[in-house]
Design a binder for this molecule. Structure first.
Ligand SMILES: [Zn+2]
Length: 352
């Protein structure tokens, strides 16, 4: 991965974009792909659609969701403490002790999620599960009025953590789910701009995936693709307390994960394996016996159906502020998709 790509990735990861409030990150994404594509269409839902070779009849869609999980202010109490609800799903116990960033109309406001000191907890309290109604955001305000001057009900929040390199090619950040997918889509568009294409490629940074695949529903309808891939992260099983009997074998650094199952078009599945083998791109395989909880599900079920594939980036600690991924996996994912699309004929019968 070159420096420009890496800077773009870190910028995407660190820019808050909880579902429904993606535009700060979406603007960075559009700015980056703009110079490489033939058209760039921001839609009314917030999706960003980049187009290569628009005149070709066969349309191939790529979807990577740019939204992330977060919190939203629901209530400010009389002392100025702030209560929240989740945007997307997370484990509330992980929020305790975090610093947070609130996106207000006037800009960012910082806060913390505090908790009673351990010394003051009874043995029962120490064992109790953390629930959203028992944790609060403290922005340092001394009263309800003071808090209301700075933040409002409905303001979104993300955990305030930087992206950091780990050993080798690994990286830790919040929201690698799924800004790494949106990153891959942008890099694929950039690389394909230099290749001769037989088909039209529509790369989409989708919104609101974490709250019900909502951007993929609207953008798949608009793009009306003949075929497409969704890019997302998937659970790695290479850390303690995971069970390969349940999720199969997925390790960081061993390449993109291809899936088999009803959400994957079988003709596409065969071609993907062939392209990976031909270009000696490492990959891993998992079984998905039902529709997946990804944009691939919305894409496949759009209109009369779309030939859909799902390509996933191995991810440790998904939906926590410390998601870990491998940059090598990102490079190999980009390579696989670029070679697949560059070799795609002007038409292909994807009927199983
Ligand atoms: Zn997610």
């Amino acid at each position: 991965m070159n420096k420009a790509s890496e800077n773009f990735l870190v910028n995407l990861l660190e820019t808050p974009s909880p579902s429904g409030y993606e535009q700060p990150a979406a603007r960075i994404w559009r700015e980056y792909v703009k110079k490489h594509v033939d058209q760039l269409i921001p839609d009314v839902h917030g999706n960003s659609i980049a187009v290569l070779n628009p005149k070709a009849k066969f349309k191939f869609m790529l979807a990577g969701h740019i939204d992330e999980i977060g919190l939203m202010i629901t209530y400010i109490d009389e002392k100025g403490y702030i209560y929240t609800a989740q945007i997307g799903g997370m484990d509330p116990s992980l929020l305790v002790g975090q610093r947070v960033k609130i996106m207000t109309k006037q800009g960012e406001v910082f806060g913390v999620i505090g908790r009673k000191a351990i010394h003051q907890m009874t043995p029962e309290e120490r064992k109790k599960v953390v629930e959203m109604e028992n944790i609060w955001v403290d922005i340092g305000a001394d009263s309800q009025e003071a808090a209301q001057k700075r933040v409002s009900v409905g303001d979104p929040i993300v955990v305030d953590v930087p992206c950091r390199p780990l050993d080798g090619d690994k990286l830790v950040s919040r929201a690698t789910d799924d800004k790494t997918g949106a990153f891959v889509v942008a890099e694929v568009m950039k690389a394909l701009a230099k290749r001769k294409l037989n088909i039209c490629v529509m790369g989409v940074a989708t919104v609101q995936e974490e709250v019900g695949l909502r951007g993929a529903i609207t953008s798949s309808y608009r793009v009306n693709p003949d075929a497409g891939f969704a890019l997302d992260v998937t659970f790695a099983s290479d850390h303690p307390e995971t069970d390969p009997k349940k999720i199969g074998v997925v390790a960081l650094g061993k390449g993109p994960v291809l899936h088999r199952g009803p959400n994957i078009n079988p003709v596409m599945e065969d071609h993907l394996f062939k392209v990976a083998k031909k270009h000696k791109i490492p990959y891993q395989v998992t079984a998905e016996p039902r529709g997946t909880g990804t944009d691939a599900n919305a894409m496949q079920l759009s209109r009369g159906g779309t030939a859909t594939g799902l390509i996933s980036i191995p991810n440790r600690y998904m939906h926590t502020p410390v998601e870990v991924i491998s940059k090598l996996d990102l490079d190999n994912t980009i390579k696989l998709i670029v070679e697949y699309i560059a070799a795609h004929p002007a038409n292909r019968d994807y009927r199983p």
